[in-house]
Structure formats: structure tokens, C-alpha cells
Design a protein. Sequence first.
Length: 673
Amino acid sequence: MANPDLFSSGGSAARKPVAAPEPQRGTPGEAGYTAADIEVLEGLEPVRRRPGMYVGGTDEKALHHLFAEVIDNAMDEAVAGHASFIQVEFDASGAVTVSDNGRGIPVDPHPKFPDKSALEVILTTLHSGGKFGSKAYATSGGLHGVGVSVVNALSERLEVEVARGQVLYRQVYSRGAPLTALEEIGPVHNRRGTKLRFMPDPQIFGEGARMKPQRLYTMTRAKAYLFAGIEVRWSCAPELLVAVEDVPAKEVFRFPGGLKDYLKASLEGQELLTSEIFAGRVEANEGPGAVEWAIAWTEDGDAFTRSYCNTIPTPEGGTHEHGLKGALLRGLRAYADLAGQAKKFKDVNSDDILAGCAVMLSVFIREPEFQGQTKEKLSSAEAMRLVDGSIRDPFDHWLGSSPSQARKLLDRVIERAEERLRRRSEKDTLRKTATRKLRLPGKLSDCSQNGAAGAELFIVEGDSAGGSAKQARQRANQAVLPLRGKILNVANAGADKLAQNQQLSDLLLALGCGTRSSYREEDLRYERIIIMTDADVDGAHIASLLVTYFYREIPALIRGGHLFLAVPPLYRMTVGPVTVYARDDAERERLIATRFKGKKVDIGRFKGLGEMMPQQLRDTTMDPKNRTLLRVEIAEDDEIETRNAVERLMGSKADARFRFIQEHAPFAGELDV
């Protein structure tokens, strides 16, 4: 029974204050855990202590997230109708400046903190800003009130200038703390808005970490597409563009066509299934809000969906994408009824419609809800209703305005659904069926487990390496498929050559998932596909050919996080009974200088995986406890540049590849091959 004194007041008598008790003697640990051990982080300390909670980490993606937060604030001013241009400058020091001609951040004393300006409160206090209510911004991307304060916390130096009421103000910060008071510089008659310059902190992101011109350029250009009519000015120091292609030193973006212009640029050179792009913009009937979209179906089946909320990219999708899928499915179902295809259409789902579909979707809503501070997924239920209601009627009109293209789309979607159902009916086939289809029992050594979860397929070059890998593998969940030499370069090969290539046919049969628009995630027989080649130039060439094949033919497999590169060692280093491995020349020299300093080291260089003993290959490259894997990813925020780079380096235009070799020849000459 509980002690009543713990819950009752003990009558009407007032209780006497009780002093904090002494720690009980004999209780291990309590004496060493006191109130002094409880930390209270103030101001921006939590951001610097745990940057991953606010920008997702300290890697390159997080570094560029700082720029996204700053330019998003400028875009909010434009979307609210207060700014007509945004300027981005990337200078030689590595600092980025973002300016706009909006209202300017308020500089008058804050009512709650009268000794500080509103500007200082915004830059030094989490969860502060003008976007929590509805007066200053009807729609905006920065609703958590942590964006620019986080940038300030993670910057070595941040300078801000505000022009308001024809007066210019300036203040300087370092690592979240003011270096100067708010200064009144003097009168200005032809300027207004906010100018913010920041330098990321090397203490957080590492010495030498710098933002990339290509990525900043792409992010800047995307903002111009997302708000038709806004002028976005870009400038970059020329010295930062040495050996950087397709990034100008200066450019001005203005796209009156908005997302339709963006989609046209993204699909340049591709043949469309439908002759016209389905595009439009609808303002919400009640309250602030809008939906803009551009959708095209391609002949070759290359598909992507890029969605945004209040100009913020949402790479993980969310409720606005669900609304789009529902509107397209119901609209095409209604058209199938009119065309007498209702029976064939009954098994179609939204994924069948989006197969081979390129989608641009942008919504503007009040107070959106995102999952996480990095805002990668939208969770507002309002967005689904808004998108569904905005797109449904225009889609019906678009289908009815061109019966020929509507029928082509309907036939494609029904064919996709029938193929999906046919694949599902084959799913009960035993895993060994794929091995039998290969008719190469000595080539594919499959794993013994039945499910794909945890299963791994190692693609190795040559029978010699394949023999070592087969002995080194964990038979329960690791399979090995040796390939003979360099595979076909799919970037400059025709469809007929691709279909006739036996090695690629064997690989595809082993995977079991199909290619391009026929890709089926549920049929992929392995959770990880690991390219394991020699740690030399030839191995890198074979790996690049394989990565090109997956990027061109099975990009969804990469986007699903299934493709990896193994990292085998190039050197074995022995001193007495101690043996360590080095991946490359740089690691070899580092180990000699640190771990084996002053000692005689026996160094052996592996000529290839086949020269390694199975135990060595297992310990260094295949055992999950010891190995290093590099995940292959597609830069979704720079899809056009990625596609152009693959075409330039792997495609049929030899002159583009020759120019690249000439420009990088000094670098190539430094390699130890």
C-alpha cells in the first residue's frame, strides 16, 4: 500500500521546507550524479552541440542546407509580394551572400526583449520569426523559426545588412554570438531589403569543407522556376569555376512559364508519349494557397517526381503527392469509362499511371507541417485536398481536348498494370528459378535464404576473383556473380546490342526486378547489390561501366538505396605479427608515418581480388563487421547535371570525352597507376 504522506497534504498545517537529502551511503553511482551534472544549454548552444538535429548532419548535404535556409527566407518575401529580385553571390573566400529587395528584417527593439533589436532576436534565438502567425506571411517555408538562427550558429562569421525606411543598418556575428552591436550606417535612398553573408564554420563541417558552385547554381536556378516572374541573379568568383563545367560566372534567371519551363529543360532531347505537357496553376478558392504542376509521360520510361511546398524541396514526397496521384487515377478511370475500357482499367493503380512519368509539383499553403527540421516530407492533410481538388478538373479537360494522346496514355497505363499483375502471379516461383534461367550454374553462386531482406549479391570481375569471393562469402545471405572482363557501355550502345549482351542478361535475370518503367521493387531478389572490383584503374573502369548500366537501365534500384561499391585494399602491410591493410597510396603513407613510424614494414601490393586469399577477402571486403561500403546515390537536386555528366563521360560523343581528358590531364598524370 502506498504511503499516504506522499499524496495527502497532512491536514491544514503548513508544511515546513525540507532540505535536499544527503545521498544514501552504500548506493553505487548516486554520489557521483548530482545537480551539477545537469547541463542547461542556452541560446544557440544546442545547435552547435548537436547540428544533426537541425541540419541533418555535418556532411556536404548539411553544408548546403545552410544556403537553402537563407534563400528560402528571401523567397518567402518574394512569394508574399514584397520582393521582385533575389541575388546570390559566391565569393572566392567560400562565403555566400543572399540579398533581396523585400521589406527587410525589423530592427526596432523587440517587445519581449527591449534591450535587443528584432534582428538580433531572430538571429540568436531558436523558434523566433515572423512566420508563426498569419499577418506577415500568408504562406512560407520557414515555419519552425530556427532556419536563419541555425545558419548563424553554424557560421564562422555572419554579416547582415538591412535597409529599412531609407536607413542602412549592419551587424556582425560569429558562431551565433554578436561581434558588434546593431550599427546605423547611414541614409540610403535607392535600396531596401536584407543582405546576409555567411561563412560556414570549419569547426563544425571540417577544415577544407566548401560549398560547391554546381550545387549552389542548381539550387538558385530552381528557385526561379518555382515562382514565375521572380528575377534571380547569380554570380560566382571565376577562380571557383576552374575545371567546373556548365556553371557561368554570372547569369540572370526569369522563367515566366514556371514549372512548365523547368520540365521542358529537364526533358530536353527525350521523346514524349503525349505531345503536350499537362501543366497549370490554380489559386485556392478559400484562403491563401495555390497549386502549380507540370507533368509529361516519356516514351523511354525515365520517371521522376520533384515536389515542393512553399518553394521548399520535399524529396520524400508527402500528402501533396498523394493528392496528385489520387486526382490522376480518378481522372483516367473516368476517361476509361467513357472510352469503354473500364473492365481493363479496374486493376490500375496510381503507380501504373506514374510509370515513365516526369512530375513537377509545387504547392503554397498556410502553416505547412513537415516531418523533421530539414522539411523533406510534407504531412499537412490540407495539401492533399488542395492538390486533388485543383488538378482533377484540368486533367479531365486535358484528356478530353486530345483524344489521341489520351488514348495512348490509357493504353500505356493498362499495359503497365497487366505487366505488374503478371509479375505478381510469378512471385510464388522458387528463388532457384532465376538460377535455372541463367543456365550457368557455375557462374551464379546463390545464397541459401529465400527472402530478399539481408541478401547480398556481389558482382565481381573474372572467374579468379569469383573463386575467391565464393570461398569468402557467407553462404546463407551472400551470392556471387562473376562477370567476364569489361561489360557493354550502355551509354553509347543501341537497344539491339543491349538485348543481345549475355552478361547483362545474366545479371538482370539474377536480379529479377526488370528495368526502367518495368522495374519491380518487390521482385528484387537481393537487398544489396555490391560491385566488387580490383582496387586499380581497370577495376575503376569496370565499376564505372556497371554504375552507368544501373543508372541508365535501373535507376529506381539506385534510388531505393540498393547499389553499393565495395572498397578492397590495395596494400597489405606487415610488421612482425601485426598485419594491416591500406586502401590506397595515401593511406599506406599515413600508416607508415603513424602506426609503423621508424619500423621496417613488409609491403605487399595486391594485383587483384583473385590474388587475395579467401580469408583476406572476407576480413577486409566482405564481412559486414569489418568492410566499408560506398552507397551509390543520384543527386536528385541536380538531376540534369548528373545526366549530362554521364552522357559527356560515357556517351557516344568522343569529342566531349576528349575535352574532359585534356582539361584533367595534369591531374591524371599525378595518379600512381
